[in-house]
Ligand binder design. Sequence first.
Ligand code: GDP
Ligand code: MG
Length: 166
Amino acid sequence: GHRAAGSKSDVRERTLIAVKPDGVQRRLVGQIIQRFEQRGFKLVGLKMLQVSDDLLSQHYCELRTKPFYPRLQEYMTSGPLLSCVEYLIVWEGHKVVQASRTMVGHTNPLEAQAGTIRGDFSFHISRNVVHASDSLEGAQREIQLWFQKKELLNWDCFDQTLTCEV
Ligand code: GDP
Ligand code: MG
């Protein structure tokens, strides 16, 4: 359900953003991070890694039986057209899950609005540059999967009062 806007618990809302291998290959990492920074989100965890088939199937557990899953796995994990690495970013802020999905845009880049990351940087669903958790529950599950607790840093953001007031 929806909490009251600006309630304290919103400040704890976190989401998992990943720059997919095509985004790393195309040197879009800086621009994508910049969009979240300029929106006012707070970076609390960041790492680069090669995703294993096992981690990916846990991450996309709801998609494992889809016909496109083998293609998705190849895209996200390895192969000559793909990067072997990903950037992972955990952002924290007011309504961050919803806001980041809006910033990322439609799953199919051809339907994504201009101004969104996918709408600006991609044109194919198999190369859509970025991942964003689609719900609070999904975000919590994904963050636990990708990050150890000690890898997420609690730090005071001087403008936090601005970002949590409505
Ligand atoms: P997202 O949350 O917007 O990333 O979309 P989903 O969670 O539904 O799917 C995860 C990823 O799988 C998408 O970002 C796409 O890269 C890929 N994907 C989803 N649907 C399709 C499809 O119909 N065909 C192909 N080739 N890839 C898909
Ligand atoms: Mg998804």
